[in-house]
Design a protein around this ligand. Structure first.
Ligand code: MTE
Length: 315
């Protein structure tokens, strides 16, 4: 395998090839048929940055695809898998606009052709204090942003999920009972967070195209932040001057902020964030309680982004 990164840990390398063969990389010819299939195909000839992947045991594919948060489908954990069963993501377009030299509307198929697909095994830590270890396929967001040439006024990036109540039934008025959010779901990052090589747009999981419940056909992943920042089924990416108001901050500003960096020392007003329930699989003994790490364990890569900032105030 050709590796750009010189800090390769052979253990990680070995682990990654194992994941790949388990998840169908060997069936490349089959996978190459069709756009969605290509979404899950890592470009191994140009594989890179394996040091970003964890070697912790993977969460089972069943748990990753049947224990979800996706309020556009349902509030329950098992609802999104059931209700997204027939979700047809393609054709799909993504708009990149705002403070850019070259606003773009890109077809998902073209995005796949232009981007380098890599495999990353990331921890996902939900603000609700559960976590998983998930093998994703996708590309670095910075590669996509570069196509639109952000200007110096683009200090933040705003993301929007598809707004289509016919296809995302949770967006229908009253669909979630007394609970509601302002649709579309919105998230935001500072430009340096968005340009960080850990920040990924996922197009596949477990070597297969992303299923609807995990945010088909493409969703954001910022592994050092609480899971709600990892917005699903993205249709619009806008470079903006001011911090965008993200959905959860708008809904409960005393509980959720803009940064949402994983931090065991800053409790949620209603529960501690000091530990988490790691989900391994769906069996009775399939979870374990572990300590939560600052920046979800990615501090060596991202702590410098927040130097001098009060992480208690900027929660
Ligand atoms: N994106 C949208 N559009 N809608 C959502 O409800 N839930 C978030 C995030 N992205 C959510 C979303 C939350 S709270 C989490 S923890 C993760 O998606 C869960 O991702 P997963 O279901 O793939 O594990």
């Amino acid at each position: 395998m050709l590796l750009k990164n010189t800090r390769v840990n052979p253990r990680i390398d070995e682990h990654e090839s194992q994941v790949i063969s388990e998840t169908g990389y060997l069936n490349r010819r089959q996978l190459l048929k069709g756009t969605l299939a290509a979404a899950a195909l890592p470009a191994f000839a140009r594989a890179q940055s394996p040091t970003y992947s964890t070697t912790e045991p993977l969460t089972s594919e069943y748990s990753v695809t049947h224990y979800n948060n996706f309020y556009e489908f349902a509030l329950s954990k098992d609802g999104p898998a059931r209700l997204a069963k027939d979700f047809q993501p393609l054709p799909w377009q993504v708009t990149i606009d705002g403070e850019v030299e070259k606003p773009l509307i890109l077809d998902f198929a073209d995005i796949l052709k232009k981007m380098q697909i890599v495999e990353r095994i990331y921890r996902l830590r939900c603000v609700e204090a559960w976590s998983m270890v998930i093998p994703w396929q996708g590309f670095e967001l910075r590669e996509l942003l570069a196509l639109a040439k952000p200007t110096s006024k683009g200090k933040y990036v705003r993301f929007e999920t598809l707004h289509d109540p016919k296809r995302l039934p949770g967006q229908k008025r009253g669909a979630l009972g007394f609970f509601s959010l302002d649709w579309p779901y919105v998230e935001g990052l500072r430009i340096d967070e968005a340009m960080h090589p850990l920040t990924l747009m996922a197009t596949g999981v477990f070597g297969k195209p992303l299923p609807g419940q995990n945010g088909a056909p493409l969703r954001l992943l910022i592994p050092w932040k609480y899971g709600f920042k990892s917005i699903k089924s993205v249709v619009r990416i806008s470079l903006v001057e001011k911090p965008p108001l993200n959905t959860w901050q708008q809904s409960a500003p005393n509980e959720y902020g803009f940064y949402a960096n994983v931090n065991p020392q800053v409790a949620h007003p209603r529960w501690s964030q000091a530990s988490e329930r790691r989900i391994i699989d769906e069996s009775f003994f399939g979870t374990k309680r572990i300590d939560t790490q600052l920046f979800n364990g990615y501090g060596e890569f991202v702590a410098e982004l927040y130097r001098g900032m009060d992480l208690t105030r900027n929660y």
